[in-house]
Design a protein around this ligand. Sequence first.
Ligand code: PLP
Length: 435
Amino acid sequence: MKLYSTNNKDLRVSFQEAVFNSLPADKGLYMPEDIPSLDAAFIRNIQQYSLREIAFEVAHTLIGDDIPDHDLKAIIADAINFDAPVRFLDAETAVLELFHGPSYAFKDFGARFMSRVMGYFSKQGDQLLDVLVATSGDTGGAVASGFLGVEGTRVTILYPKGKVSKVQEEQLTTNGKNIRALEVDGTFDDCQALVKTAFNDVDLNKALRLTSANSINIARLIPQTFYYFWAYAQLKSQGSSEVVFTVPSGNFGNIGAGLLAYKMGLPVTHFVAGTNVNDTVPRFLQSGSYDPKPSVQTLANAMDVGNPSNWVRIQDMFHNNLEELRSMISSYTYDDEQTVKAMEELYDKYQYIACPHTAIAYLASNQYRQDYPGTYASVFLSTAHPCKFPDAISQEVFAKIELPKGAEELAGKQKLVTEIPVDYEIFKSYLLVNN
Ligand SMILES: *Cc1c(COP(=O)(O)O)cnc(C)c1O
């Protein structure tokens, strides 16, 4: 597999280089030089295969010989060790549940696969790989559990004090081993600024081998294609052949992976992006002018993104052509009040407790069906378990949530966390002293 930069199509780097660098120096994004098609017979018979078999076929087709089959199979078996079931709420409403991994959010797919690929490419005798990550909640938990115990790696997570939920904090701070948590007395933006400064610090980069677990890493995008194929396989075995996916979107990595799956030959009729009031993409699809704004805080806070970093990739896949984009992607936007109402409706109508991100996808999928009725199966993606977002759910309903396996043990585990102020020199000396 060779990759170019969306800012320089003449550039070519190896998969390994793209994985360790995350971003090309020209600040574009890495894209495969050509997007290979999956074997047509495989797609025709896809309902015969398991999630892991599908994952291997897709990853192998994309990555080629950069990871030998035997090793790639082992990486997938280890990374994708949980299911992504399609559940029908009624005859025409289906939800693809992506929260059955260890951090109860879809980011487990990306983080678990990427961590194992980085571990695989880190040869024995290499300097320890130091992964720095700033999180507003969901990314950190997925990265922590993804890298836990992966040899040759060490993770430092920065999160804003008092601004993540109880379950999220437990997922960040109870790992031990090669995972360290820093509670920063500031905001998510402060955490991000500290990490950014560290990456640009020449001194520090001499002492440590730093890398980011950034959501734009190509090794996080690839595994997110797996569950689109897997959902299609499940629908096909139920007799559906046309499908519309609705994806709750922030940085547009998730839906970007769906579009990559489509470009590889997955027969999808249309994609719908649901956003909160951070509506840069829906405004763009409407007006044709891309006009990013500072992010606004909402209940669906994992989607509070004013300038979605993966959008460039999507534009690239559609040749920067607005009409081509519009023919395959629709987008709708919702405020907090509508989100809460949708969560209530899901509960009243289906006794289904959804997180706010999922509720936005539900609204957008209903809206699209109303605007464009058809015979397709309509599937919206559930990106996180509701237990991670207590502030968005009434106490009465929250009390009824069935906690996922492991959530109770998590609460009993010892917290290991170091508190730091928003001060780069203190952060830097923490990294150097604890090396
Ligand atoms: C990260 C996240 C999203 C947004 O996904 P993108 O790939 O950034 O569009 C949606 N829901 C949840 C729960 C998330 O953690």
